[in-house]
Write a protein that binds this ligand. Structure first.
Ligand code: FMN
Length: 196
């Protein structure tokens, strides 16, 4: 299962792009699952170190749903709106809370492929910084970042929404980069699957 995490609190541009991404992966024969921060109760990591004993996060909220999904996932997609040149606060809180997962099983994400999607309202509003933030998170936690490569998707998929759903739907260059990234990502997953 490929897990797509959506960092937008709205059913708008980022969710649309992530749903399109998962559809592309399903067309390539992969099972997917979307988890969104939208409507969820998400507390901040308070560095209580309660998780370091390996018993999980002490904060009982909706982030608890994410831990088993992350464990089960064979690949990870983080899609976030750009907020002040980085990922949304909701997405960052989820990233921080995965410390509890890694504390109980340091290998739970290791070697899994990950791709990054950033959706900004401005053409150059910090998408590359948000993509970099996601790929830094991947690096720290042992996830292998996959982009679509040069000529369109250097660091992952970057979108310009013009702050609207219609805007992101019309971002042909964004979708071109997304298709390149999805292609590499799914080819990598297929190579990892055992022969039947
Ligand atoms: C608090 C906040 C900060 C934002 N900061 C940026 C920014 O730094 N750069 C940018 O391009 N857009 C910024 N935006 C605009 C959103 O990234 C843009 O509207 C995006 O499409 C929102 O995604 P959504 O439609 O999935 O909610 C910001 C929006 C909010 C609410």
């Amino acid at each position: 299962m490929i897990l797509g995490l959506c960092g937008s609190p709205r059913a708008q541009a980022t969710e649309h792009v992530l749903e399109a991404t998962l559809k592309m992966l399903e067309e390539r024969g992969l099972e997917t699952r979307l988890w969104t921060v939208r409507g969820k109760r998400i507390g901040f990591c308070v560095h209580c170190d309660g998780c370091l004993g390996g018993g999980g996060c002490v904060i009982q909220d909706d982030v608890q749903e994410v831990y088993p999904l992350l464990r089960e996932a064979e690949g990870l997609i983080i899609a976030s709106p750009v907020y002040n040149g980085g990922v949304s606060a909701q997405m960052k809180a989820v990233m921080d809370r995965t410390r509890a997962l890694l504390a109980s099983d340091p290998d739970s994400l290791r070697g899994k492929p990950g791709m990054a999607i950033a959706v900004g309202g401005d053409r150059a509003g910090g998408q590359e910084l948000a993509l970099q933030q996601i790929s830094t998170y991947y690096t720290i936690n042992g996830v292998l970042t996959l982009s679509g490569g040069f000529f369109g998707a250097n660091l992952g998929a970057s979108f310009w929404s013009k702050d609207t759903l219609a805007g992101v739907k019309g971002d042909e260059e964004g979708f071109r980069g997304l298709r390149k990234t999805v292609k590499r990502f799914s080819e990598h997953i297929k190579r990892r699957e055992p022969e039947t």
